[in-house]
Every structure is written in structure tokens, then in C-alpha cells.
Write a protein that binds this ligand. Structure first.
Ligand SMILES: *Cc1c(COP(=O)(O)O)cnc(C)c1O
Length: 373
């Protein structure tokens, strides 16, 4: 795939904001707690290797990814931290994880037995680091039965394994109503009780749990995702308790400026027609860059002012009504701050019926990433 460079359209990442957010969470936790930075999905669009390298030099305790491929990308980039794959890895690839000292999540006994066979047949030279997933109510992956969990822990005595961690994940930690959350906490304790001994890393907190349920945290490690990037896990439902700074902006420069005459139309479907003469700019970003087509008619920032998009967002370009004639090359902020105005990922999510996570992870590799230390 082409990774664009020669193009005035970019994702700007402020690494200092990410470090600030991690420090804010660290300060709010009892001392001795560890933080894993969640850098899955290309670090929520911010760029996995660059973010991981910065976190590493700032002393992060580990990194979480979604897939083994994402983990290998970080190892091959030279990151030496603990790297945990949060999803289930097909057992036939698990030897590659062991050789690269990448930790895998395991959620059933059969997987462990299959790996024992495989590791002895190949053979694998290093023990496979395992985190047991405990399903306390997320209903996605992991052990629900204490007996099977205990059996798994016993299988991990085999030297082909290293029992490194156990964890759970909450379904409703970002909601004001905490009945379901408390139910999951109870299940967590019941399942932990089934383990003959606790592994070095015990983790149950995502961003929302780290922020709104610090008293419920048992274990020694928080997996920090969306809040590390400076966004509220609940969208706008609950106020953040940490001082969060958004780390990402999307900007571009106008590639074309013209005066549209009364009665002339813009973009596919000719859905927009000028009812007066007006200045129109073309922005070299479209839905293929992850700027949703549902944002047709929404706003961007130019010279610190909100300006309306006109006509449909195209695959690679879109048009904006300008406050007047401005030069080609004028900066446009699609997401982020310009002067006193700010368009947040949460705002764009509200506009498109999704969550800020999806706004960030949709930003395509075609937008170059630029880093500010
Ligand atoms: C994605 C993910 C996280 C991070 O979630 P945030 O809400 O972004 O903090 C933590 N744990 C697991 C298991 C995940 O899948």
C-alpha cells in the first residue's frame, strides 16, 4: 500500500500530550501500579511504532496490541518491553510469539494442550508467556468456569509456558450506572480465587476503570487506551476525572480556490447549489482517508473559524465554503484546535453516530503522520 508523503494532508501527533496523559493516570493510582500502553490498531491511528518508542523512553511498563502481527511490528522496531496480544492468536502461530517473547492471551484449556503438542514437535526454544483471559461479563473471550481456569493454571506449570499474567475486561466501566460493573468485579474475585497462585501481572482496568473506578481496581496494572490519547472513554456521558489532552489533529491545505456563481453546484449528485456568489475551497481529504462521508455538510476550521463543508464528501477530496477569498495552501483543520475553536473526535463521533475510538482508528495510512516531541 502507498503510504502518502507528498501530500498536504496529515495526522499531527503531539507525543507530549500522550506522556502527560500517562503521567496523569499514574499519579491517580496507588504507587507501585504499572501501566500498559494500549497501542493496538496503529495506536488508535496515532502510529504504533512512534507512540510505542516514545512511551518506552518515558518508562511505560508494557504495551498491548490486538494481534500477533501488531506485536511483531513493535519487536522488529526494536521495542524491548513486555508486549501482550489482547486477542486470541491461532495456536499454529504461537511458536512465533514465543520466539519473539511476545505474550499471548489464552482463554481455554484446549488451546494450551494444542500448544504443548506443537511446542514439543517443532521445537520452540523459549517459553511462551501467557496471560489468562477471565471473562467476567464482557462475553468476548476468556474463562468463565473456575474449574477450567484452575486446570489451565495447572497446565501452565509445563516449562513450555511462563504464567505471566491474568486479566479481565469491563463492558460498562464508562457508564454512570455501575450495577453491571460491580457484578463483573464480583465475578473477577470468584475467578481469581480459583487460581492456585497469582502471576506477576494481574490487570483488570481499561481507561474507564482507571478513571472512574480507582477503588475497585485489584491487581497491579492498568491497560490505558483511549485516555492515553486524551479522549473521554464515555464520549460526553461522564466528566473525566483526569486532566486529558487530546494528542491528535488532522490538517490539510487547500489545493484549489474558486468563486462559485449563484446557481452553480458542487460535488456528486449536485446536492449543493449556491444561492449567492461565494468562495469555495477544495480540501485534499476524503472518505478514503477516514473522513466519513456522513460528515458531508459538517464543519472544518479555517483561520480559527468554523466553515461549512458543501456538497458530498468524495473519496479523496471535499469542498468548503470560505469566509471570503483565501489563498491556495491555506491551512484547514478537520480535527483539532485552531485558535479558539476546536473540533474534537468526540464531536465528529456524535455527528456520525459512532464513538471517538472509531473516528481515530478510521484515519487511513494514506494520511502521513507527523510527530511533535
Ligand atoms: C482495547 C482494550 C483496552 C483499552 O481500552 P480503552 O477503553 O481504550 O482504555 C483494554 N483492554 C482490552 C482487553 C482491550 O481490548
Amino acid at each position: 500500500m502507498v503510504i502518502a508523503k507528498l501530500r498536504d494532508a496529515q495526522v499531527e501527533v503531539n507525543l507530549a500530550a500522550i506522556r502527560h496523559n500517562v503521567a496523569a493516570q499514574r499519579q491517580a493510582l496507588p504507587s507501585g501500579n504499572r501501566i500498559f500502553g494500549v497501542v493496538k490498531a496503529n495506536a488508535y491511528g496515532h502510529g504504533a511504532v512512534a507512540v510505542a518508542q516514545d512511551l518506552s523512553s518515558a518508562g511505560i511498563d508494557g504495551l498491548c496490541v490486538a494481534t500477533l502481527d501488531e506485536g511483531l511490528e513493535l519487536r522488529q522496531a526494536g521495542l524491548g518491553e513486555l508486549i501482550l496480544v489482547l486477542g486470541i492468536t491461532p495456536v499454529q502461530y504461537a511458536g512465533i510469539a514465543a520466539e519473539n517473547e511476545i505474550s499471548l492471551t489464552v482463554g481455554d484449556v484446549e488451546w494450551l494442550k494444542a500448544y504443548q503438542q506443537l511446542a514439543k514437535a517443532v521445537p520452540v526454544t523459549k517459553p511462551l508467556k501467557v496471560h489468562l483471559g477471565l471473562d467476567t461479563g464482557m462475553g468476548r473471550i476468556g474463562f468463565t468456569d473456575p474449574k477450567l481456569l484452575k486446570q489451565a493454571a495447572n497446565l501452565l506449570d509445563d516449562p513450555v509456558f511462563e504464567f505471566e499474567g491474568c486479566f479481565t475486561h469491563f463492558a460498562t466501566a464508562d457508564e454512570a450506572q455501575d450495577t453491571y460493573f460491580q457484578h463483573q468485579v464480583e465475578r473477577w474475585h470468584e475467578l481469581l480465587d480459583a487460581l492456585p497462585a497469582l502471576p506477576p501481572y494481574v490487570h483488570m482496568a481499561n481507561s474507564a476503570t482507571g478513571m472512574w473506578h480507582p477503588d475497585a481496581i485489584t491487581g497491579n496494572t492498568v491497560r490505558m487506551g483511549i485516555s492515553m490519547y486524551g479522549l473521554n472513554p464515555s464520549g460526553t456521558a461522564i466528566q473525566p476525572t483526569l486532566d486529558l489532552q487530546p494528542a491528535l489533529a488532522v490538517t490539510a491545505r487547500l489545493t484549489f480556490v474558486k468563486e462559485l456563481k449563484t446557481g452553480q453546484s458542487v460535488s456528486y449528485g449536485a446536492t449543493y447549489t449556491a444561492n449567492q456568489d461565494e468562495w469555495i475551497g477544495t480540501i485534499p481529504v476524503g472518505y478514503a482517508d477516514g473522513y466519513a462521508r456522513q460528515l458531508s455538510g459538517y464543519q472544518v476550521l479555517i483561520n480559527g473559524q468554523r466553515c461549512d463543508l458543501v456538497g458530498r464528501v468524495c473519496m479523496d477530496q471535499m469542498m468548503v465554503r470560505l469566509p471570503g477569498e483565501v489563498p491556495v495552501g491555506t491551512k484547514v483543520t478537520l480535527l483539532g484546535r485552531d485558535g479558539n475553536e476546536e473540533i474534537t473526535a468526540t464531536e465528529l463521533a456524535d455527528q456520525t453516530g459512532t464513538i471517538n475510538y472509531e473516528i481515530l482508528t478510521s484515519l487511513s495510512p494514506r494520511l502521513k503522520r507527523i510527530y511533535k516531541a
